[in-house]
Write a protein that binds this ligand. Structure first.
Ligand code: PLP
Length: 341
């Protein structure tokens, strides 16, 4: 691990390193379908800790560190109603003695009966977050600015954390994670490898790509788009963020082709279930006893399985699925998984 990471403010929140486990039973299930399957591993970032775990814990160590260094007393962030990022940011703020304010957008046209009150939304309330829902028709950016101004007018010192914690500070968490994964694979003498994960606001992928640029060698990073219909624009945004993160780290700038972003697994739009997602969530639960989520890891796993089934990866390449968490979201999507819902 490069010691450059020690030069940034960091508030300890994560249980690290997270486990890197082989998925022998999922591999056997695919082999039973007649699919030639390389060695499969899962990096358990659903086990990072912090109110249910997930990828935001690693980002929040640096984001909260920075907020504390700035003397903030309130953390304001934003996301969808079922945002894992919002839930974990609320928990991180509480753990650091800061006040959590969540500006949530009702942006997913999913109308399951539990969507608006269970899963992450329930946990936001339990964590004592000040939840403010952007009114229909209002401009989210203006609403956030008004919220920040109001907190400041009342004598508070708010620090705004962007959607998904995806800026160059948050992405440091995944640059560091790249070293954790690559070092663990090296120790197992698995030198030809690929990390596959769900990409949304892009900070996870940007951080991994920046980490790869800093380390200079190691696994390929392969994102699956679960967020935007414009894949090209999303990949360009991730590359910009990867370059900003690399610059912060004093690493070489990631190359033009450093962001691999797989499309075809988003479905109708962000947050809307797909059949392939349900199949993937059920297959992994029933073969490995591992719970994915309906919005991110389920669609990412659908992409991972489809690429394996299509023979897209060389047989000597070790595949690592990065489990980025999100399990509370399952409870909001009850009707996709419960037979009589
Ligand atoms: C469970 C889960 N996985 C993956 C992601 C995507 O990470 P990123 O926003 O860094 O692309 C998110 C983002 O909210 C998430 O909550």
């Amino acid at each position: 691990m490069s010691n450059i990471f020690a030069s940034f403010p960091r508030f300890p929140l994560a249980h690290l390193p997270t486990p890197l486990a082989e998925m022998k039973r999922l591999r056997a299930a695919l082999e039973a379908e007649g699919v030639a399957t390389p060695h499969l591993f899962v990096k358990r970032d659903d086990c990072t800790g912090l109110a249910g775990g997930g990828n935001k814990t690693r980002k929040l160590e640096f984001l909260i560190g920075e907020a504390l260094a700035q003397g903030a007393d309130t953390i304001v962030t934003t996301g969808a109603l079922q945002s894992n990022h919002a839930r974990q940011t609320a928990a991180a703020a509480v753990a650091a003695g800061l006040k959590p304010v969540l500006v949530l957008l009702d942006m997913v046209p999913y109308r399951g009966s539990t969507y608006k009150r269970s899963g992450n939304r329930l946990l936001d309330d339990l964590l004592g977050a000040d939840v403010r829902i952007v009114p229909e028709g209002a401009d989210p950016a203006t609403f956030i600015k008004t919220t920040l101004d109001e907190i400041t007018a009342q004598g508070g010192k708010p620090c705004f954390v962007p959607t998904g914690g995806s800026n160059a500070v948050g992405s440091l968490g995944y640059a560091a994670a790249y070293f954790e994964i690559a070092d663990a694979l090296d120790a197992l003498e698995l030198t030809k490898a690929r990390i596959v994960h769900g990409s949304s606001s892009g900070g996870t992928q940007a951080g991994l790509v920046a980490g790869a640029a800093l380390r200079g060698h190691g696994p390929v990073v392969h994102g699956v788009n679960v967020y935007r219909s414009d894949n090209q624009a999303m990949a360009e945004g991730i590359l910009r963020l990867a370059r900003a993160t690399a610059e912060k780290l004093g690493a070489p700038a990631p190359a033009d082709d450093a962001v691999i972003l797989e499309e075809g697994f988003l479905g109708e739009r962000y947050g809307m279930p797909t059949e392939a997602m349900v199949e993937a969530v059920e297959l992994v639960a029933r073969s490995e006893g591992i719970l994915l989520d309906p919005v991110y890891t389920g669609k990412a796993m659908a992409g991972f399985l489809a690429m394996i089934r299509a023979g897209r990866f060389p047989s000597d390449e070790t595949l690592v699925f990065l489990h980025t968490g999100g399990m509370p979201g399952l409870f909001a999507y009850e009707q996709e998984f419960v037979q009589d819902a």
